[in-house]
Design a protein around this ligand. Structure first.
Ligand SMILES: [Fe+2]
Ligand SMILES: [Fe+2]
Length: 468
């Protein structure tokens, strides 16, 4: 295991050439991946030079190298954080025992499910975003989109490496299927709901990277605690890459808000080519709630099992004093006979909700920063996260209707008011009407403020994507 990544056909730091069988298997999967990338990756941009970062090491400092590259030539590879000698299970029934380098047979199926579910989200998001390059608000944003896309492709590699290495025949089959499902496809959809929703314009893209990629951060962080050591090390490095995706989302929405607040000073925001704040709020409501669903049911025996068996921990497990969670409880809202009650739930079965609660706090910090921006512009509108009960499609709240404030409402009221809370077809058409591409270096579309600084210290007018 080395920190430096080799220059092999498949760049890696796992000594792939030392395992010929695995190397051959992955080299056979590689052309299929490239085929998928060309078919389902960014539409119309395969031959262009894009200023991208590529991982060249897994050291915290200096792991990334920036240069122009054509996307199909991107160096997708397999990067794991170095092994920590003597690492032990940090939680669950095996807490304190040495971590596993192989998967015990009895946990094989549930672990495969976890890896496949995570893996499936990576190509799904590339598919959802494939047409966005045609309407990029600037070269800076265009490049950021492609950076996110190639790294999601890299994350697929990370999961496929685990499938090929540790799951035998089943794993190889799963790796094939990861390239066969398609986001939004009626017959072969992606596994999770939010990954089948279209990301039809840049406001949704920024909300997606803000909220849905952030779900990814929390899932990866929980898996980074895993007692199955190769999974933990894989996810740790993925988190390094993931941080940029959330930066794209958070700063993207911030710039759209800033622009709206600027335009409010001179008249109607929409009339001047901006997205008004109430419309931004509706997209926040939509993508935030779709992302809340990704954490799964509030009370879940699967979550309890994954924790008990040491496969999936809590966010930053070492912040907690107690790691077995036998006899402890979590106080949360639950539904009893059609009523909301606050109750103590056995901690292990509440772990989806525990992770979701951490996620919500993190989202709130981002929203606070947007509100700070609005305030600085002298605007008194404030963005708000809706209640976690609002607009849910998975879990106990999905059976009833709630307002963004979390009050239970009737279906009739929902039908009357949901258009005030979630984007309507008219909103969607309006936002899409703003999406005309801006490909001139340093220029921005009318609906978004420029970034505070260029990428990697580059000047404002840097040509992040060579258009001709
Ligand atoms: Fe990812
Ligand atoms: Fe991501």
């Amino acid at each position: 295991m080395s920190a430096v990544i080799t220059d092999d056909k498949i760049p890696n730091n796992v000594d792939l050439s030392g395992d010929k069988r695995l190397q051959r298997a992955l080299e056979a999967w590689q052309p299929k991946f490239i085929e998928w990338w060309k078919e389902m990756g960014p539409e119309g941009w395969m031959a262009k030079d894009i200023y991208l970062r590529t991982a060249v090491s897994v050291e915290t400092d200096g792991w990334a190298h920036f240069d122009y590259v054509k996307m199909p030539d991107y160096r997708w590879g397999i990067f794991l954080e170095p092994k920590v000698e003597g690492r032990v299970h940090g939680f669950g029934d095996f807490a304190g025992q040495p971590v596993w380098d192989e998967i015990p047979g009895e946990f094989r199926n549930s672990l495969r499910r976890l890896v496949v579910t995570q893996g499936d989200t990576e190509p799904a998001s590339v598919e959802q975003q494939r047409a966005l390059g045609g309407t990029a608000p600037s070269l800076y944003d265009l490049r950021n989109l492609f950076q996110v896309n190639v790294e999601e492709g890299r994350h697929l590699w990370a999961m496929v490496y685990l499938l090929h290495t540790y799951f035998g025949r089943d794993g190889r089959d799963e790796a094939e299927e990861l390239l066969q499902r398609r986001s939004g496809d009626a017959d072969k959809p992606r596994i999770l709901g939010a990954f089948n929703e279209p990301t039809s314009h840049w406001l949704s893209f920024f909300m997606f990277t803000m909220f849905t990629d952030r779900d990814g951060k929390y899932q990866l962080a929980a898996l980074a605690e895993s007692g199955f050591d190769p999974l933990a090390r894989t996810c740790r490095f993925m988190l390094t890459e993931e941080a940029h995706h959330m930066f794209v989302g958070e700063s993207g929405v911030q710039r759209v808000c800033k622009r709206a607040a600027e335009l409010m000073k001179t008249g109607d925001v929409r009339a001047q080519g901006g997205v008004d704040l109430p419309t931004i709020q509706k997209y926040l409501n939509l993508w935030y709630t779709l992302s809340l669903d990704l954490f799964g049911g509030e009370v879940s025996s699967n979550a309890a099992d994954a924790f008990a068996s040491g496969l999936k921990g809590r966010y930053k497990e070492d912040r907690y004093a107690e790691h077995k969670l036998i006899g402890s409880t979590f106080a949360m809202d639950v539904l009893r006979d059609g009523k909301v009650v606050h109750e103590d739930v056995p901690m292990r079965t509440a772990l989806n909700e525990v992770l979701r609660t951490e996620y919500i706090k993190d989202c709130q910090r981002g929203v606070d920063r947007w509100n700070k921006t609005l305030q600085l512009e002298g605007c008194d509108f404030q963005m708000k996260l809706p209640s976690h009960k609002f607009h849910r499609q998975i879990g106990m709240w999905s059976t009833l209707k709630f307002s963004p404030e979390g009050e239970m409402i009737t279906s009739e009221e929902w039908a009357k008011r949901s258009g005030d809370w979630l984007p309507t077809e008219a909103d969607e058409q309006f936002v899409k009407s703003l999406m005309t591409p801006v490909y001139e270096p340093g220029k921005m579309a009318s609906w978004i403020a420029p970034p505070i600084k260029g990428l990697n210290g580059l000047p404002e007018k840097f040509e992040y994507v060579r258009i001709d």
